[in-house]
Design a protein around this ligand. Sequence first.
Ligand code: ATP
Ligand code: MG
Length: 456
Amino acid sequence: MSSIIKSVKSWFASPATETPGAGTSTQIITRDQHSISRKDISDNALKVLYRLSNAGYESFLVGGGVRDILLGLHPKDFDIATNATPEQIKELFRNCRIIGRRFRLAHILFGRDVIEVATFRAHCDDNIQQAKEGMILRDNVYGDIEEDAIRRDFTINALYYNIKDFSVHDFCDGLADLRKRQLRMIGDPETRYREDPVRMLRAVRLACKLNLTIEPNTLKPVAELSHFLEQVPAARLWEEYRKLFLAGAAKLTFQKLREYGLFHALFPATDRALKHDDETQTQAIEQLVLDALENTDTRIASEQTVNPAFLMAVMLWQPLLESTEALQQKGNNFNDAFFKSMARVLNAQNQHISIPRRYALVIRDIWSMQLRLPAYHGKKAWSIFEHPRFRAAYDFLLLRSQSDPRQKELADWWTKFQEADASDRRQMLQKTGSGKKRKRRKPRNQKRQPANKNKH
Ligand code: ATP
Ligand code: MG
């Protein structure tokens, strides 16, 4: 931490060069006055930066890459900004794909590593298409670097590292904000949130992930504008959901999203369940969610994999149980009510965050396995244990048992079963019924048909 502070302070040790006529706050910080070294930048990003520059284009590292290096962190991706158009970029790189409808961007592909290259864009009122409420629908207007800087979201995201002379260009006082560890919106916060409500989520995400405070004027309009998130396409919010909750600070992010009134826009059913009249129940739900978020953060910290479906299954568990109960009261049996509710709850959530099909299938499996896990008697235990989603379902049960003592015995049984060797497992199963491993007569999908039948 101290080295970060030192490096941030050192930018101000000697005065930066003012560029005349380029706006009052434009500063160019030469290579000896900042802490970015080419060693901090991935080889692929450097390759792209140099090729653009050698072809005569302006070529800058920008956004999270510059910000994170200055904070002493290791950026997970590198974004590049240039005055070359997507077509000109494509001419330079065989491994280039042009993507995006709203913003046309070039992706340079190096196996699984993708370097995003964006042409400088202007924020031009005459050319952008805006909805009545001020939301930008299309804004593909090219501009110069300074125009590109001011259409970015936060000042600390508008720092440009020039590969030509290794200087940092700061158009919006981003370095000063970085030194104060504060997140400040460029321009009028309310207007900028109306243009793109996702910026509210980005503010919370970056503040939590990078341990920054949100500057008061940047924070002020958030609670009032939270409903604008309803206009954001649900598919875009899936990507944001992943970034919010799978970046290592999920627990804090969840708490802040709730505090600022944004959680409701993402998970309305969960939010309602968290505001239940019955306080004991509310506490149990909250604990389940918090435990899951904490587990997720711990797993990320130790570089273990995390599946976005698992957390989604947790978030929607209580709404699923409540819907099941409501359908039971209308005369459905428990199983019918449960499976119908799975579809209902997922459909309702899809209106807000669109869950890709392959993840929805995982969520369904984790949930339906919760009904099968208690039936561990004898040979049934093997088929549960061999299910491809057993591990996720068991983790889910374990989590439930932390906030619901009634699940503890069951969770303990499965923990013991997994830890046991073959002979101990046989003994455990003999106690509960037949210990023989069942021979499968029918393929699994036929066996599971009764459950599927009820899904729609
Ligand atoms: P991360 O560490 O999550 O990648 P990031 O700030 O780099 O953080 P990206 O989504 O990679 O986030 O975006 C790259 C840059 O593009 C940002 O730093 C910012 O300058 C700009 N940007 C991204 N989203 C927006 C937005 N909604 N409005 C304005 N500028 C944006
Ligand atoms: Mg980035």
